[in-house]
Design a protein around this ligand. Structure first.
Ligand code: MG
Length: 381
């Protein structure tokens, strides 16, 4: 079990739940980072007393320094601030809860310091899965997934030998628009898209869940985390979100992990692993579960998932370009500047137009990321 954590992205949904888990389990908070929500960050800083805090946005960092002038906390800013929080000697685990590809370099910095990575930033593996996993193997840094599906797969694989896994059954609720046709989705508003039936999450990931892009990103994340080929992952829609994912072994046995849909559970396990602790969360009541149902994903009306699976097969920078374009398009959609169905069009267009590079290094990956974003800004008009 870890003793002290750095939380990158502490004001978001996962960050706040991580701090609640830290409080419950008695884990110390060594560092916090946020983008620009400094009111909440100040509250958290006063409560958890980290030695170091980084604010990504420079103007917000200046305001934050003034706000906490009475505290003995060091304050950093920008990407360097995030890197410093990730590599801080006082922390033995880094929770990467930032959204987007900004998490990539800090995650590598934490790996270099052999810290446990409680990985909640899926874009890091989507963009640079091969580099990140290889670096973690070389340095002997442990990566424990926080994403509920990957935590479920991780738990289902505990005690298994590598050759025993036949395939991963990656479950997903199907999102709030399951059963609708693409034409019907045309006028979906940001308010409708951020309302998820089972999970309470940040805005970006909620939109991704509604388009099934989130399942696509998780598909790629799973491929890297568990070293499997795309054909070894099957997406299964399971609207109740009780089974968080399953593994099928070579003899046909299926092992699943079940629990209430609360991100607190996978967060807590990522911090206490290999131990288990009592939790604050509700337990499942099987007398109240009426049914668990399963179906195939609708790849026609939710083409983002098909696009992601295709990018997984293409390899190279394909997934990075798709993910960066999607991130940019989702932000435009949330700002009311882009129609809902255009998110897919722009993500697919970027993969087509920006092109795919095989064997890129970190700079090559970040260049592909930037080119994808530029494509979206240019073509969103
Ligand atoms: Mg998930």
């Amino acid at each position: 079990m870890v003793r002290s954590i750095s939380v990158l992205g502490c004001t978001g949904s996962i960050g706040r739940q991580t701090l609640a888990v830290a409080e419950h389990t008695g884990i110390r908070v060594a560092a916090l980072t946020a983008n620009r929500q400094i009111d909440r960050l100040e509250e958290q800083t006063r409560k958890f007393k980290p030695a170091f805090v980084a604010v990504y946005d420079e103007a917000a960092a200046r305001a934050f320094r003034t706000a906490v002038a009475d505290l003995p906390v060091r304050v950093g800013s920008g990407l360097e601030g995030l890197m410093e929080a990730a590599a801080l000697p006082e922390a033995d685990c880094v929770v990467t809860a930032v959204s987007g590809s900004v998490g990539l370099k800090p995650t590598l910095a934490a790996i270099d310091e052999k810290k446990r990575i409680a990985l909640a930033n899926k874009e890091t593996l989507v963009c640079a899965g091969e580099i990140v996993m290889q670096r973690a193997r070389e340095r002997g840094a442990e990566i424990v997934p926080v994403d509920s599906e990957h935590s479920a797969i991780f738990q289902s694989l505990m005690g298994r030998q590598p050759g025993e896994l036949h395939k991963i059954l990656l479950t997903g609720s199907g999102g709030p628009f399951r059963g609708m046709r693409r034409e019907e989705l045309e006028g979906i508003t940001p308010q409708q898209a951020v309302k998820h039936p089972n999970w309470h999450m940040g805005a970006k990931i909620s939109v991704d869940s509604s388009t099934l892009m989130n399942k696509g990103l998780e598909f790629i994340e799973a491929m890297h985390l568990f070293s499997v080929k795309p054909e070894q992952i099957q997406v299964v829609i399971h609207p109740q979100s009780v089974i968080h994912s399953m593994v099928e072994l070579v003899d046909g046995t299926v092992i699943a992990q079940l629990g209430v849909p609360d991100m607190g559970l996978p967060i807590q396990l990522a911090l206490t692993y290999p131990e288990r602790k009592t939790s604050l969360f509700e337990h499942l009541d099987f007398y109240k579960l009426s049914a668990l149902s399963f179906e195939a994903p609708d790849l026609v009306n939710f083409p983002c998932l098909a696009l992601a699976m295709d990018c997984a097969r293409q390899g190279g920078t394909a997934a990075c370009v798709m993910s960066a374009a999607n991130e940019e398009a989702v932000h435009l959609f949330l700002d009311g500047r882009l129609g809902y169905n255009r998110i897919y069009d722009l993500a697919a267009g970027a993969v087509e137009q920006v092109g795919v590079v095989q064997g890129a290094d970190i700079d090559g990956i970040l260049a592909a990321d930037a080119a994808a974003r530029a494509y979206v800004r240019e073509n969103a008009k």
